[in-house]
Design a protein around this ligand. Structure first.
Ligand code: SF4
Length: 206
């Protein structure tokens, strides 16, 4: 996504004001890039749809459903125990982007009546791992996606790009590039896109 948005900036002299994308693009790295470049993100993240449903919301084994006390930096487990911060570690992805993950541990899970549904480990206490940076981005994305404008973008997104891919791949059987190499593939797809748009324009003005 950063690459795609940067090419938009190179071509048009500015980043787009808004970006609409499906959940595959909802990563910390992408959200951060959009925020840094003032791109309003209507971008889903994995589990966005699942978390709107009751079974997910009632699943106490999901750390997303535990209460977080920001001031005290602790989570509250389903039975009401505090889960304390036991340390933060970093993780680099294949692009070299570093994320920071914090672990929180429950105080004593032995003999807990909720253990079978909350924590399936045989020994020790439940530990959850949280990426707070991503958690905040997801919270903001959720508010946007569930708002009026977000609903409009979400209803249009599957129609606009997905329908075009369907027409390209199935109606026109454009399933493989005919050339090899980046420049030739650009030319290959560019010509196809020009022809596609001319046909679309002709239909609209007929
Ligand atoms: S199993 Fe542990 S973390 Fe889960 S409710 Fe019981 S004490 Fe809390």
């Amino acid at each position: 996504m950063p690459d795609f948005l940067s090419r938009h900036a190179e071509a048009y002299g500015a980043y787009p004001r808004k970006a609409v994308a499906d959940s595959g693009y909802g990563s910390e790295e992408n959200y951060e890039f959009m925020e840094a470049n003032d791109v309003e993100a209507f971008v889903k993240y994995p589990l966005f749809h699942k978390e709107q449903h009751r079974p997910f919301q009632q699943d106490i084994s999901r750390q997303e459903n535990l209460h977080y006390n920001e001031e005290g930096d602790f989570y509250v487990c389903p039975i009401g125990q505090r889960m304390h911060n036991i340390g933060t570690f970093s993780r680099k992805n294949e692009n070299g982007y570093t994320s920071y993950i914090t672990n929180y541990e429950a105080q004593n899970c032995s003999g807990c009546p909720l253990r079978c549904v909350c924590y399936k480990g045989k020994q020790g206490n439940r530990v959850i791992s949280v990426n707070h940076h991503l958690r905040k981005y997801k919270q903001r994305a959720r508010e946007k996606l569930l708002g009026e404008e977000g609903l409009t973008h979400r209803s249009r997104r599957p129609i606009e790009p997905e329908a075009v891919f369907g027409q390209m791949k199935f109606n026109k059987q454009y399933k493989r590039f005919r050339h090899r190499g980046k420049d030739k593939v650009n030319m290959d797809f560019g010509l196809f896109a020009i022809a596609f748009n001319i046909q679309k324009y002709a239909r609209m003005t007929a």
